[in-house]
Design a protein around this ligand. Structure first.
Ligand SMILES: *Cc1c(COP(=O)(O)O)cnc(C)c1O
Length: 372
């Protein structure tokens, strides 16, 4: 038998979350962002549930080919554009739309031989200072693109740096409005956070929103918001089982470094899940976890292949809480265990990180199983 850890993708949750994003996006079209192999879920596993989106946005040409291979004929957008001239050939062949964020990419387009003029998204650097043209050079970049026979349609785009926090979007939104004033073309600005928090304003959602994390059931602004308040459902569950049980006397310690000392007699379970599965080692004693669908906590340090769990709560709730019991590290417990939910954001917060990082870091040794 394989080690009992596995991940499950919930198509119904993906559909639900897409619906929630659409509600916030009002009449805007929705890019389903599936970069990083659909935030660790697997492009092929999420495709069917997300095909109700208006397009798929990603970074990697190989991932774009995979979306086309699944039969998607609609828009695909390369969020970082091309990296070298020959990437443009694949864009022509697969009909990919691509971001243009620097003058080198315009040079490549100008030298590209194609019968298939491209649709591009011209990116403004509105203050994040990663990709994009500064406001003062945005119009000249647009004019250069507009003069190229290789380009047929230019859309306008930016990416907020503070949509999930107190900074908000107003200042960068105004900058975008000013830099793009009078230019024709569709506009795209909002990520999940901007769409959920400010999607009611048409200037915040523009023509296209680009939703990633919300589709996967993590709140972009946690802990200010959470998945319950945004009406999102976990799209990925990480589950394992208890493979050993230990009875502790008061004063006994648990795990490497003996960082946890039992204050009184207690029973702990050892789950087959560790940092080599993608569970963060930074999670200390007290990180929430479900055993038989009942919320309890981790104990001591996370090992490479195992972690320890306090079994007091599940036993008090009348659940077995013993050898073979189901452990839900994040996501949803199985239907047999009441389908209780443990948002990935709560676990991420215990590791001083965000849900994004956890879902993207599921290790290759964790197998994905279909929902039963
Ligand atoms: C990843 C990405 C998004 C999606 O962001 P979320 O916070 O996951 O919604 C949107 N736009 C760009 C340019 C991105 O790179």
């Amino acid at each position: 038998m394989p080690r009992p850890i596995h991940a499950i993708v919930h198509p119904q949750a993906l559909r639900h979350n897409l619906h929630t994003v659409r509600r916030h996006a009002c009449d805007a079209k929705v890019w389903a962002v599936v970069k990083a192999n659909a935030y660790g879920h697997g492009i092929e596993r999420v495709f069917d549930a997300l095909r109700g989106a208006d397009g798929f946005a990603l970074l990697d040409l190989d991932e774009a080919s995979r979306v086309r291979a699944l039969g998607w004929r609609g828009p695909i957008l390369l969020l970082e554009g091309v990296f070298e001239p020959r990437d443009l050939e694949l864009c022509s062949r697969l009909g990919l739309w691509h971001v243009v964020h620097c003058s080198e990419q315009i040079d490549m387009l100008a030298a590209h031989k194609t019968h298939q003029p491209h649709r591009v998204f011209l990116k403004l650097n509105s203050g994040m200072n990663r990709l994009g043209f500064k406001p003062q050079s945005y119009r000249s970049a647009w004019a250069r693109l507009n003069a190229l026979p290789q380009v047929d349609e230019i859309s306008l785009m930016m990416h907020y740096s503070d949509a999930d926090g107190p900074g908000g979007i107003a200042a960068q939104q105004a900058l975008f409005a000013h830099a793009s004033d009078g230019l024709p073309g569709e506009r795209s600005s909002g990520n999940s956070a901007a769409t959920l928090r400010f999607g009611q304003q048409s200037e915040a959602r523009h023509d296209w929103v680009r939703a990633g994390i919300a589709l996967y059931g993590s709140a972009p602004d946690y802990p200010a918001g959470d998945i319950a308040c945004w009406d999102l459902q976990p799209a990925m569950s990480l589950r394992s089982r208890i493979i050993a049980v230990q009875d502790l006397q008061a004063g006994e310690t648990v795990g490497y470094g003996s960082t946890f000392t039992a204050p009184h007699a207690m029973t702990i379970g050892i789950a087959a899940c560790g940092y080599a599965d993608g569970y963060p080692r930074l999670c200390g004693t007290g990180t929430p976890v479900l055993v038989d669908g009942v919320r309890t906590r981790t104990i001591g340090r996370i090992s490479m292949d195992m972690l320890a769990i306090d079994l007091t709560a599940p036993r008090a709730a009348g659940r077995p809480g013993g050898f073979g019991s189901e452990v839900t590290l994040w996501g949803q417990a199985s239907a047999a265990c009441g389908a209780a939910a443990l948002p990935i954001d709560e676990v991420a917060a215990c590791a001083q990180t965000v849900g994004y990082e956890l879902m993207c870091a599921i290790a290759p040794r964790v197998q994905f199983l279909d929902e039963t």
